[in-house]
Design a protein around this ligand. Structure first.
Ligand code: MLT
Length: 392
């Protein structure tokens, strides 16, 4: 038996596992000291009542022969795919419910999509970037190249016409930097993809956090993108579903590459390796897209965005440069005095009990930066902000 040697090329620990390990070590060494957790982007607000009521009603349906559900529709229940298409429609974006696939989350879809692509492709990733894009392509043995985010380009790297790529990952609002591409910038990426015959994988998991009405929420706001892009999204951050699990991917039937329909390939892949998101969860997800559902989840989004504002204001007060926070739930801070990311992470943890996520864990271009998540409780964020505002 031979193992996949590409899988051995990964760093020993997944970034958030390494952060969790250091937090556990801190807690073991300082029992009783308060931890101010602004590290992994995990939500803390409970689910809206309207959502849990729907889960209960769906669970009740499962207990009666007339309303019981076994295996669901392969692509996801039509009522949820229609609700998602309706969500896009509110922004004037035409997405056909027939192109929507329901899943258990964006991370899984991003990794699983790798099944559709040959190992002999060049993958272009922004750096810094959500580690899942890199790790899953390394495991599959693909070449990975980077478009470098810097303080100067506001961590919004643009394509280089002299560099060829076959698959391009974009995440906007960005994890980890919180930077958001404008429509013109996305149009430039679209033009580059077309020129290269490349596919864009657009991760829109944080779109619900955009405040600026000029900023695009979807790659499908760019004319023609349905011929070169797949969009991945999830309710984890939009509706607090990190522990519930429900996401979706839009694979337009207009996507043709190498003589094949990516939509048909994805359908075949999902039918073979996935048996669907639980009916109860799909019912809850559909409730999110109703008027009352959206009102409820936007209340929580407002709460997290106020947290982001508090963190950012504290850094500004301390004279520390930061990016993000205004249209995203992440604040990306430059470590003072040129400190490296892991050293500064350890300093904040051991001095104040504040846990961020080291920027270097998101790629070489993240070195010297640290990410704060705004998904904590107001109490945690306020306490952390007091320390941050006094940093020198
Ligand atoms: C993060 O902290 O970057 C996210 O929570 C990770 C994820 O969504 O998988």
């Amino acid at each position: 038996m031979k193992v996949n040697h590409h899988a051995l090329e990964l760093e020993q620990n997944y970034l958030f596992s390494e952060v969790a390990k250091r937090i556990r070590a801190f807690q073991a060494a300082h029992p009783g000291r308060e931890l101010l957790k602004l590290s992994i982007g995990d939500v803390t607000r409970p689910l809206a009542k309207i959502i849990t009521d729907e889960m209960k009603a769906a669970a009740e349906d499962m207990s009666h022969a007339e309303t019981f559900h076994g295996y669901g529709a392969e692509q996801g229940e039509p009522f949820l795919r229609e609700a998602i298409a309706g969500y896009y429609q509110k922004r004037g974006i035409a997405v056909d419910p027939a192109d929507v696939f329901i899943s258990d989350g964006a991370k899984c879809d991003l990794g699983n999509l790798c099944d559709l692509f040959d190992a002999d492709n060049t993958v272009l990733l922004p750096d810094p970037v959500y580690p899942v894009y890199y790790d899953t392509n390394i495991m599959a043995g693909r070449r990975v190249i980077f478009a470098r985010g810097t303080k100067e380009n506001g961590f919004l790297p643009m394509p280089d016409a002299d560099v060829h790529a076959d698959i391009i990952y974009l995440c906007s609002p960005n994890n980890p930097t919180g930077a958001v591409y404008t429509k013109e910038q996305l149009a430039a990426w679209f033009a580059y993809a077309k020129e290269n015959g490349a596919l864009i994988l657009f991760d829109a998991a944080y779109e619900a956090y955009i405040r600026d009405p000029e900023l695009p929420h979807s790659i499908f706001e760019i004319d023609g993108a349905e011929r070169c892009a797949i969009e991945i999204n999830s309710l984890s951050k939009t509706a607090g579903f990190t522990g519930v699990r429900c996401g979706w991917t839009v694979v337009p039937r207009t996507l043709q590459f190498d003589g094949a329909s990516l939509h048909d390939m994805w359908f075949r892949r999902m039918a073979t390796k996935y048996n669907g998101t639980a009916y109860i969860i799909q019912r809850a997800a559909a409730k999110v897209f109703t008027e009352e559902g959206l009102r409820a989840v936007h209340g929580d989004i407002d709460y997290y965005m106020e947290n982001a504002r508090i963190i950012k204001a504290a850094l500004t007060k301390a004279g520390i440069h930061s990016v993000g926070g205004g249209n995203a739930p992440y604040v990306w801070m430059e470590c003072p005095g040129g400190a490296d990311s892991w050293t500064y992470f350890d300093y904040l943890l051991n001095s104040f009990g504040i846990a961020g996520t080291p920027g270097a864990g998101f790629g070489a271009a993240g070195q010297g930066w640290l990410r704060f998540s705004s998904f904590g409780t107001r109490e945690t964020v306020t306490k952390a902000a007091e320390y941050l505002a006094a940093l020198i």
